[in-house]
Design a protein around this ligand. Structure first.
Ligand code: HEC
Length: 219
């Protein structure tokens, strides 16, 4: 029941869960990994905290009900030939591309270009933060090396600047060196896409993603 909720997005009562339950990213997790998560969940102390049921609009129900895909086969532990392959798997579960890609402006030059940045993240604190470009282009993170990448993910800082908390580095910081290096290898293998997104600059119109973000006018 738990595994189904985690990987398929179906609740204990057979209800389709709201996609804020990020099961799409967890769908490729192998059986053993999901079993480990379930064991961990079962080890947590029970806390009494009754919450109201989720109410969806008819249109939400219609859209969400068509999203989950059943997992019918066994998912064995994958074996990876290269760090890049391992990185692709880890990145999928961590959903870096979900945030670091502009998905919502069909027809714009960078729409759907993986890791090219420009996705608006509304912080609970009210600020509008845009995800930066992680591709190996000079406007992305071409200047990164493995060590800098590990340092940024472990400290949440780029140089002296603290990254905004919407970049969930704190959740990624305890990954092993090998796992983080694998994710970096995957990022390095991506197409370079030119798209300057700099949250330290004032928001200006960007002709590549058709939004107003830091450094937009330089595109
Ligand atoms: C919930 C959205 C979200 C997710 C998921 C996410 N990021 Fe980010 N990330 C951001 C945002 C927004 C920023 C910019 C924060 C700022 O400028 O203060 C950022 C910044 C970064 C930076 C700093 C780039 C620079 O300018 O030097 C790196 C590196 C990075 N993310 C890598 C990753 C990796 C790798 C993953 C997956 C393991 C990931 N991010 C997942 C939103 C996200």
């Amino acid at each position: 029941m738990l595994a189904r909720a985690i990987r398929e997005g179906i609740g204990h009562d057979d209800r389709t869960l709201h996609p804020q339950m990020w099961s799409a990213a967890f769908s490729k997790l192998p059986d053993e990994d999901v079993a480990a998560i379930v064991v961990y969940l079962r080890s947590l102390p029970a806390i009494r905290n009754a919450l109201p049921r989720t109410h969806l609009t008819l249109s939400q129900k219609f859209r969400f009900n068509t999203m989950p895909e059943p997992i019918l086969d066994a998912r064995p532990q994958p074996s990876f030939a290269t760090p890049k392959e391992r990185g692709e798997f880890l990145e999928y579960a961590a959903d870096c591309a979900g945030c670091h890609t502009d998905w919502y402006h069909p027809g714009s030059a960078v729409n759907g270009q993986l890791f090219a940045g420009g996705n608006l993240i509304n912080a609970p604190t009210g600020e509008n933060i845009f995800s930066p470009n992680l591709t190996p282009d000079p406007s992305g993170i071409s200047y990164y090396d493995e060590n800098l990448f590990l340092q940024v993910i472990r400290t949440g800082k780029v140089g002296a600047r603290k990254l905004h908390g919407v970049m969930p580095w704190a959740f990624y910081r305890s990954m092993s060196d090998d796992d983080l290096k694998a994710i970096f290898a995957w990022l390095r293998s991506q197409n370079p896409v030119r798209h300057i997104v700099d949250n330290t600059e004032p928001p200006t119109f960007c002709r590549l993603c058709l939004q107003k973000h830091g450094g937009g006018e330089r595109n």
